[in-house]
Design a protein around this ligand. Sequence first.
Ligand SMILES: [Zn+2]
Ligand SMILES: [Zn+2]
Length: 127
Amino acid sequence: MTTEEIRTYGYIKVHKPDHPFADKQGYIFEHRIVMEEYLSKIYKKRILLSPALQIHHKNRKRNDNRISNLELVTPQQHAQRHRKYIIRVCYICNSYKSYIHKKTGNELWRIHNNKHVCYKCFITLKL
Ligand SMILES: [Zn+2]
Ligand SMILES: [Zn+2]
């Protein structure tokens, strides 16, 4: 890997002009390279990630490309990973948390007057 790198939106790109999925300037996201090298080692052959697959940074740090922080996901799975972390605030009690559905792990929020209401306020105030 070359030491030359550029940063886009907090992500690290590395210069790999020979890579089949490099952009026109010869750059590719480092997290994709890290995942490809990891998988290539496991399968003992060169693995190229399909451009249809995405990499999720588990700890939300876009420049933390340790393999333990990376997760290979489909675009649908990726959207799911991020949905949980949308910051919502209850406009009544200012809580950042709401009731978490035991089976799905999703936080339950309600909309009232076009604003977010936590589940507790929703139930206790009978909105
Ligand atoms: Zn992500
Ligand atoms: Zn509330």
